[in-house]
Design a protein around this ligand. Structure first.
Ligand SMILES: Nc1ncnc2c1ncn2[C@@H]1O[C@H](COP(=O)(O)OP(=O)(O)OP(=O)(O)O)[C@@H](O)[C@H]1O
Ligand SMILES: [Mg+2]
Length: 309
């Protein structure tokens, strides 16, 4: 199946010589939702801006719906909706005009029913005749989302759509994303909220220092998240794991006085009972026992720190 969005070896060096993208390759299927996680300055906005034609790539190839973003810009751009990270709106314009104008930009016919539906969906209908400057920060963010939806994009980019918004808008956003997915819209979002990625993405990408460190199915990542560790503290240190105890996931740590067992919480048999039986059978005496679960946050932090070293 051909990709809705294809990014091949995309590089971006800014004028000052700073290399913000160091060869990013990513394929996204139609109707897929991918969340990009990464620390400040990782290159998320640069990636989105380049794909959307706001920034020119230094090298690499990007196609949207099969259209090259450089040689076939208008066709590619017509498929795209962008909710930018920075609020950039005309302060004296009325809400409804701003959204209507956005629809016209890439050649769509006027459709007042659609505009009304979008404004209602984002709880902006009552504010439709307000000027942008009269809106709160969260409402302005809603207007940005309304503008992006007004031209019925097939590929929607959301650059930190829920940064600094209240719980209600965040939940609204997740609902809107789910509706769009049901309509087959492809969605790329960046976020600093890991629980947001967990809630709505099919795949999760981690970007750091201009490189895509990982792109993985969310469920698979969640299985990794399901990994739990049990630490068995022994009263006497060991030189090695007794052969009777040896099994995958078991290692000897500390001063030889800690047996560390990593297991999958989602597995049918975790192996804990067997381990404890074997420990008793080998005549080892326990001093203490503790468990620890690795979180997606830890996986993420590990990856990003490795990338820095
Ligand atoms: N116009 C520019 N000129 C020079 N350097 C830039 C420009 N825009 C961004 N950069 C640099 O490129 C790097 C990536 O920036 P980018 O905005 O893509 O990061 P980000 O992942 O979106 O971060 P954040 O989470 O803070 O939004 C940063 O080091 C930034 O300083
Ligand atoms: Mg950014």
């Amino acid at each position: 199946m051909s990709a809705m969005l294809s990014i091949r070896d995309l590089r971006k060096t800014y004028d000052g010589g700073f290399q913000a993208l160091k060869g990013v390759t990513l394929e996204i299927r139609e109707g897929e939702i991918i969340a990009l996680l990464g620390p400040n300055g990782a290159g998320k906005t640069t990636l989105i801006s380049t794909v959307c034609g706001i920034t020119t790539p230094t090298s690499g190839k990007v196609t949207v719906g099969g259209h090259d973003i450089l040689t076939d810009f208008r066709a590619a751009r017509a498929l795209i909706g962008l909710v930018p990270q920075e609020v950039s709106l005309e302060p004296f314009e009325k809400v409804i005009k701003t959204v209507r104008f956005s629809r016209g930009l890439f050649g769509h016919r006027r459709d007042e029913a659609l505009i009304e539906k979008i404004l209602r969906r984002l709880s902006l209908w009552d504010k439709r005749n307000a000027q942008i400057k009269e809106l709160s920060g969260g409402m302005k963010r809603r207007v940005l989302i309304a503008k992006a939806l007004a031209h019925e994009p097939r590929v929607l980019f959301l650059d930190e759509p829920t940064a600094g918004v209240d719980v209600e808008l965040r939940k609204d956003m997740w609902g809107i994303v789910a509706d769009l997915k049901a309509d087959g819209v492809t969605i790329i979002l960046t976020t600093h909220y890991i629980e947001e990625a967990e809630a709505i993405a099919d795949r999760i990408g981690v970007i750091n220092g201009g490189e895509l460190l990982l792109v993985e199915d969310k469920d698979r990542l969640m299985t990794r998240l399901g990994k739990k560790r049990i630490e068995v503290h022994l009263s006497e240190p060991l030189d090695a794991i007794p052969p009777a105890l040896a099994q995958p996931g078991l290692s000897l740590e500390g001063e030889g006085d800690v047996l560390m067992f990593e297991y999958d919480t989602q597995a049918e048999r975790t192996g804990i009972t067997k381990l404890l039986n074997d420990i008793a059978g080998a005549g080892l005496v326990l001093r203490d026992l503790s468990t620890r679960q690795s979180s997606l946050e830890e996986i993420f932090v590990d990856l990003v720190t490795e990338g820095r070293s």
